[in-house]
Design a protein around this ligand. Structure first.
Ligand code: 5GP
Length: 207
């Protein structure tokens, strides 16, 4: 990361969530602000219906991914639900150098690496109101077969157990309120500063 002035890392923002918590929809909403950009990850997962290469992800095969790992192209990478995902150094640097707040939509393994490498980065975890609601959302979106849904639900329990390590925990119950809060956390405005370290409790015994 030699190409970057290190002050810009305060503009790096990690957002994690279990699948189906509504993270991607929330991020799409707040990205209408021109101050914010999302870094497009690379993955070996097959595209879902409607996903566009280069917009949702850069879709590559496993051989190419592992070659890129060897070449140290990624700032972080991880195996998530059986597929590889990684954030390239170049894509992050380009956005940070444009003076944007850059969102990395990544899992907890990647988040841990980013926190160690860039302690100034802000980390936000999006929770569903409960595991039952998460399951309902995963089934209703209809993008994944049953075995994938079951794997993602099982992994959700591990992911949720990591939420306490994030700077902010956001429960996506009321979408509009969650959108407002996410925007304030990402832009580090007054509302976020007030809520820093006042994490919302993991209310549902389901968790
Ligand atoms: P999905 O396949 O549903 O789009 O994403 C599955 C999981 O992979 C999500 O938790 C998502 O945040 C995570 N993910 C997406 N891109 C990256 C990445 O570049 N690095 C890491 N570590 N996780 C990622």
């Amino acid at each position: 990361m030699d190409k970057i002035n290190h002050d810009v890392f305060k503009n790096l923002c990690v957002v994690s969530a279990p699948s189906g918590a509504g993270k991607t929809s929330l991020i799409k909403k707040i990205c209408s602000s021109e101050k914010i950009s999302v870094c497009v990850s690379e993955t070996t997962r097959k595209p879902r219906k409607g996903e566009i290469n280069g917009t949702d992800y850069i879709f590559i095969d496993e051989k190419e991914f592992l070659l890129r790992v060897k070449k140290e192209i990624y700032i972080e990478h991880a195996l998530v639900h059986g597929n590889y995902y990684g954030t390239s150094i170049d894509s992050v640097s380009q956005l940070l150098n444009k003076d944007k707040v850059v969102i990395l939509e990544i899992d907890y393994q990647g988040a841990e690496i980013i926190k160690i490498r860039f302690p100034l980065s802000r980390h936000i975890f999006v929770l569903p109101p409960s595991l039952k609601i998460l399951e309902k959302r995963l089934r209703e979106r209809g993008t994944d077969p049953e075995d994938v849904i079951l794997k993602r639900l099982e992994n959700a329990k591990i992911e949720i157990s990591k939420a306490q390590h994030y700077d902010y925990i956001l429960v996506n119950d009321d979408f509009q309120l969650a959108e407002k809060k996410l925007l304030s956390y990402v832009l580090d405005t007054d509302m976020a500063i007030d809520e820093k370290n006042r994490k919302e409790p993991l209310i549902d015994k389901d968790f």
